[in-house]
Write a protein that binds this ligand. Structure first.
Ligand code: ADP
Length: 266
């Protein structure tokens, strides 16, 4: 008997259209508590639009979205959702702030002013930095860190408000190809140890890891949604057709010798 898991995100018959262009057509997708879902799709396939709908930044036109069982227009518990945007990469990292300070700034949502941080808040910040494996770097200036480390800082910054769901937009952009697997291992720990449901999107199927529990392939329609094992068993030529070039999934056995384009763009 499988345990009945709560639905964290339910997307039902959602379509979306900008002025002239249908971008999403009849998307049905349910994400259960504890899942680690990777949504893959080429540029322009509607990934950002879908995330914006889920984050309430765009209003649904057709269909219904429920978050934690609540219809999105009535949803109030936004503190349960952490979001790390792609923009995190272009954050002004020349600004002289330490890792600790940047992560602390995530508390402003909770505290208003972080100059009134209490001991428990300092502990929370330290724990968050530890969770992303950067404790040794906590007093370093963020500008001195690598792209992948900076991305971890922004994840830690989202972690301080104890999210139940974390949404990550293209998190491996800026992570060196050889560090993508360990980046996924860190996310896997947030998922398994802290029990955070994870949703990430990426245009680069070459960087999707077998650490994700589920994969969804989006290109206006949802072409596939299932467990990662099922995705790996898909005929890769089918996927290549979908993508327009050869595709592989990042596994421990194969490691990362087959990058057509690594995560080190931008
Ligand atoms: P992805 O994140 O997968 O790259 P997007 O959701 O950003 O895809 O975009 C999907 C399509 O919608 C693209 O063709 C894009 O040009 C178009 N699009 C995105 N944002 C807007 C907008 N604000 N107005 C009009 N068209 C848009």
């Amino acid at each position: 008997m499988e345990k009945q898991l709560h639905s964290i995100i339910e997307i039902e018959q959602v379509s979306y259209r900008y002025e002239k262009e249908d971008v999403l057509e009849n998307i049905n997708l349910t994400i259960h508590e504890g899942a680690f879902l990777g949504i893959v799709g080429p540029n322009g396939s509607g990934k950002s639009t879908l995330l914006k709908l889920v984050l309430g930044l765009l209003k649904t036109q057709n269909g219904e979205i429920r978050l934690f069982g609540q219809e999105i227009s009535r949803f109030k518990d936004w503190h349960k959702i952490g979001f790390v945007s792609q923009k995190a990469n272009s954050f002004n990292t020349g600004f002289p702030a330490t890792v600790y300070e940047v992560v602390s700034s995530g508390l402003t949502k909770k505290l208003g002013l972080f100059k009134f941080m209490k001991r428990e808040h300092h502990m929370k910040v330290t724990q968050a930095i530890d969770s992303v494996g950067l404790l040794a770097f906590k007093d370093r200036n963020i500008g001195e860190l690598s792209g992948g480390q900076q991305q971890r800082v922004f994840i830690a910054r989202a972690l301080v408000s104890d999210p139940k769901l974390m949404i990550l937009d293209e998190p491996t952009v800026g992570v060196d190809a050889q560090n993508v697997q360990s980046f996924y291992e860190m996310l896997d720990e947030l998922n398994k140890k802290l029990g955070i449901t994870l949703l990430l999107v990426t245009h680069d199927i070459g960087t999707i890891s077998d650490k994700v529990t589920h994969v969804a392939c989006l290109n206006k329609h949802l072409h596939f949604h299932g467990k990662t094992e099922e995705f790996e068993q898909l005929k890769m030529d089918e996927m290549s057709e979908f993508y327009g070039h050869d595709v592989h999934i990042l596994t421990h056995e194969h490691d990362h010798h087959h990058h057509h384009h690594g995560g080190s763009e931008q």
